[in-house]
Design a binder for this molecule. Sequence first.
Ligand code: ADP
Ligand code: MG
Length: 296
Amino acid sequence: SIMPALLSGISASAKRGVLVKGGIHLEQFAKAKAVAFDKTGTITKGKPVVTDFIVTEGHQEEDILDHLVTVEKQSSHPLAQAIVNYGETRSISGQQTITHTQDVTGHGVKAVINQHEWYIGNLGLMKKMGETDIIPEKIDAKRKVLQNEGKTVMYVGYNGDIVGLIAVKDQIRPEAKALIAELNKKGVKTIMITGDNEQTAQTISKEAGLSEWVSECLPEQKVSEVEKLTKKYDVVAMVGDGVNDAPAIAKAHIGIAMGSGTDVAIETADLVLTNNQLKNIASTFKLSRKLNRIIK
Ligand code: ADP
Ligand code: MG
């Protein structure tokens, strides 16, 4: 009968590091024709390290960094942690007094310190700050080079001006490439859906062997991308780790969360990769196809 096969499938998966929240998900996964992946924390390790930091003329690196660390200490984003860690390497611990701070989902953080406005995040956030037609030339030139290297660039905004740039590099998970190649070999499409910019998305996608990606996605846009994929490919899985991935994980037929992900991603998912091994996606897919043959 059906149940014993599925139950033994669930327990075999658990031993390998995949928490399956019900037999139905194993049945469905076999039918998946596309798998979408988040970038940061999913394709990459999610432990970005600061590689570059520059400020515009008339500003002091130490002073700006102290403000950045002060603001990012309030945020739980992996990029925030990278900036706090970088501060530590330069003995800067963020000594400013914040009066107000706000997370701008998919864009960055803004804060008020001593009646001055600080913005840290992507270009979209700088646009919210105001005048960004004038990106200092030094900043824009550096930005291009860094993004081509697959680095994530954050701008620093101060009272309406862009006064600095800070970039991080994250490592691709070593098994990502093999997983993507295996899924493609089995005729499953693979797509990256990320909040990061187009150039960085392209570089990381190519490094991981992905030929399709969608960049600059807010959480709601990740959902509509999953919907588009569903129209095209019928049954779609989505793998992610962040708060911003949870709605897309919920929308997909098979939602998959990294074990290191945020609680809301893990709660929303149908499958959880408890030991963060991406390759378990391939073995679970194989298992689910085998089970479907048995129970038919
Ligand atoms: P991803 O989909 O890659 O996990 P997010 O949607 O979380 O990315 O963030 C998108 C972009 O917003 C980041 O690439 C970064 O530029 C900016 N950002 C988000 N959070 C922060 C933060 N705490 N500090 C600085 N920049 C941030
Ligand atoms: Mg992520």
